[in-house]
Design a protein around this ligand. Sequence first.
Ligand code: SAM
Length: 157
Amino acid sequence: MTIKPRLAPTDDLRPGEVALGVEPAAGSASLFFIGRIFTPWATRGECPRRGDLAGPLCRVDIAEPWREALFGIETCERLQLLYWMHLSRRDLVLQNPRHGDRIHGTFALRSPVRPNPIASSIVVLERVEGSRLFVRGLDCVDGTPLLDIKPEHCPRA
Ligand SMILES: C[S@@+](CC[C@H](N)C(=O)[O-])C[C@H]1O[C@@H](n2cnc3c(N)ncnc32)[C@H](O)[C@@H]1O
């Protein structure tokens, strides 16, 4: 199957929309790191295997050009964060997890070791301070790049 790159955004802007006018390179799935996550864990070994909604407070700093994209986020109680496991190797198809007792295919695991090391967690949004989000529920190393934020539960919207 051939996937043709789309060279430029073709969708018209609707009233009130704001675009930054940046594009990923043609023919690739380039990602923007939209911010960085700050946690109490300096190494992979110190991180919990999965986040805990009652876990320690972590800080998510949104990079300058994307700050406006936080508009309305304070209406959310829970968010889904997608982040880039930058310390992972990306070439394993079979894995022998440290806490497991047998071999698994990479796509049968939530291991950070995968071809595109994208992780996701549902987090509780405790508060917003400008371009900083304070959340609970993460499981990543201090300094992990942030890929995206999606609303999960926004009762005040
Ligand atoms: C099992 S993964 C789960 C990630 C995410 N919650 C998910 O389900 O997609 C969490 C583990 O990834 C490892 N890890 C955390 N931050 C990482 C990073 N920046 N790069 C590579 N591995 C990381 C730690 O060992 C942590 O316990």
